[in-house]
Design a protein around this ligand. Structure first.
Ligand SMILES: [Zn+2]
Ligand SMILES: [Zn+2]
Length: 171
């Protein structure tokens, strides 16, 4: 798609440092003026079909190609290299479930960080806190980050940032 044409009717969304692609895509779709209710709609505009449905769930098999990232970059107006940083680095295995969270990080920067989903990640290196695997109040697993609209548990409404109080310290 012609870059200028895209920019006339889509609004750019600034990525957060460390933000995962699932969280970024959800924010982009819902941003004022964009209004893609589903990842398939955005995928269609980018010429990527249903692939974004899988990316929002952290299913990266087959791994996103350079060509796909460039097609997405044209539509979201974020550089393909920057989008690649929202995926796992080469040689790192990801676990798409459970979705993990550091509430203390979320309180400082309201996004899901891709590094939490690395297979071996169990603590936040910034805060030395064990990553949460479910809501500290109602014990419900976290939804995929693309669906984190309010930054709170969708069942009991406990804010993610508040959950930091219940995170165990690990040295
Ligand atoms: Zn943290
Ligand atoms: Zn809850």
């Amino acid at each position: 798609m012609d870059e200028l044409e895209t920019q006339l009717w889509l609004n750019r969304v600034e990525p957060y440092e460390g933000e995962s692609i699932s969280h970024f895509l959800g924010r982009f779709r819902r941003a004022k003026g964009n209004k893609f209710s589903a990842p398939s709609g955005l995928g269609k505009v980018a010429g990527l079909g249903a692939v974004l449905v899988r990316w929002e769930k952290f299913y990266f098999n087959p791994f996103p190609s350079r060509q796909e990232l460039e097609a997405l970059a044209d539509v979201v107006m974020v550089d393909a290299d920057r989008l690649a940083q929202m995926l796992q680095p080469k040689g790192v295995t990801m676990n798409p479930r459970p979705i993990k969270l550091c509430g203390a990080c979320y309180g400082e920067s309201p996004c899901h960080r891709i590094e939490w989903q690395f297979k071996d990640a169990y603590k936040c290196d910034r805060h030395q806190l064990r990553l949460l695997l479910k809501c500290t109040n109602c014990k419900r697993p976290f939804p995929i980050p693309a669906l984190w609209v309010q930054g709170e548990c969708p069942r009991c409404s406990l804010p993610f940032a508040t959950m930091a109080r219940r995170q165990q310290r690990v040295e």
